[in-house]
Design a protein around this ligand. Sequence first.
Ligand SMILES: [Zn+2]
Length: 472
Amino acid sequence: MRRGSFLSLKRIGAIVIVFTVCLFLTASVVQSKECAGVLRKESLGLRAGTAKIDITPKKSVKMAGYSARTGLSTGVHDPLSARVVAFEWDPISQKDGEMGTQSNGKRLVLVSTDLIGFYNGTAEHLRKVILNEFELEPSELFLSAIHTHAGPSLTIDKKEGHPHNLEYTESLKAKLIEAIRKAFNNMSPVHIGAGIGYSPVGSNRRELRFDSAGNSSIRLGHNPYGPTDKEVLVMKLTKPRSHRDSLRRTPDGADGVVVAALFDYAIHATCLTGKNYIISGDVLGLAEQFVEKILGPDVIAPGFAGASGDINPWLRVLPAFKAEPGWIPEPVLLGTMLGEEVVRVFRDIGEVSAGGEIKTAFVTLELPGKAKNELTIEKDCPPTPLNITAARVGDIAFVGIGCEVLTEIGMSIKAASPYKHTFVITHCNGAAGYLPPKHLYIEGGYEIKSSPFAPQAADIVVKQATAMLYGL
Ligand SMILES: [Zn+2]
C-alpha cells in the first residue's frame, strides 16, 4: 500500500471515530437533558420523604424530668424513636405549568423525638449541626420532643454530664443526621389532608387546695374543670400508588399509599414519676407506637406535644408499669386511647390534595423576665430568648415554640390562626422553661414559680405567632 493512501485511510478512520464519539456525546447530552426533564417534571409541586430511627439508649443512662431521681435507668419498657418528615416544594408557574423563578426547593423538616426536650444547650447544638449538614434555613427545621419523663437526659457538658449520657447525646446527633438524610433520599410526590378529633386523656393539673387554716394554694394534681385543649389534630400523608403498591393491601390509603400519620395533642408525658427507672415514651410514645402497629410497618406516626405546660395525663405520676394480672398499665391504657382517636380521625380524612407551597418563618424573641417582687422571687430574671418557628405546607400550618407552653396559650394561637388546621408544637427548637398566661400569675403554682418569664410574655408570644402565621 502506498504511504499516501495509508494516511488517507488513517485520516478517514480518525474522522469516523471523531464523528462516532460526537454522535454518541450528542445523543448522551440529549438523553441526559430528557432524563433531567423527566426528573424535573416529577419533582414539581409538593414532595415528602419519611424516616424513623431507633434512639433507645443502649446503656444505662441518667433519666430526665425529676431532679430527685439520681440513679441510672434499669431497663426498657418500650423503644424510643426519632421520626422525620421532610417536605420539599418546587414552584410551578400557574400560567403555563413551567418552572417558576421566585424560589427553588423550599424545604421543611419536622422531627419528633421520644425525649423530654432539648435542655442544657442541646437544642442550639443539635440544630446547628443539622442546619449545616443539610444547608437548611433556621425556619426550615422543627426539632421537637414529646416530653417523656421516662427517657434519657441530654447533655454536652463534659464536666458535669454522665459519660453514658454524653455518649448517648453524641450518638443521637449521628442518628438524627442519618434519619433526616434517609427522609430526603426517599422523597416522592405526596398528597396531604388533615382532621380533628378529641381525647379526654389529658387533664388540667392546677388543683386548688386548702390547708387546715383555710389558706388556698395551687398544687400539681387534678383540675378536671380547668382549661384543657382536648383537640387531637391529625395530618395524613399519602403518595401515589405504584404498580407494585397496587398489588399490596393498603386498607388505609384508598387514594394512595399511606406514608405518615402525624398527630398533635396537649399532654405532659408523665404517667410515670421519678420512682420509675424504666425507659418509655410514656403516653405520647405509646400512642405513636399504637398508631404504627395499626396502620402498618410502612407508616410512621410522629407525635407532637401541644400546649401542655399545665396538662397531665388523667392517670399520672405512677411509680412503675403496674403488672397486676388483668391490669392494663396506665401509660399503655392512655396511650392506646389517644392512639385509637388518632387512627379514627385519620381514617375519617377522606380528602387529600396535592398540597401547595411551603412557607416558613423563624424569630428569636427576647422576652421580659420576671421581676424581683413577683411571687417572692429573690432577684430579677434576665430577659429570656425564645425561638418561634412557623410554617405551612399547603393550607396546614405549624407553630413551633421553644419552651413549655400552658394550654390556654396554644388554644389562643389556634383560635387566632387564619388556617383551619394549626399544629402547635411545643418543646420545639429550644427549652426556655414554662410560659404561663398572664392571668395565672395571681394564682401562682408550680408553673408560675418556675417560669423565667414576666406575666406579659405570653401575650407577646401569641401576637408574634399569629403575625407569623398571617405572614406565611
Ligand atoms: Zn414539663
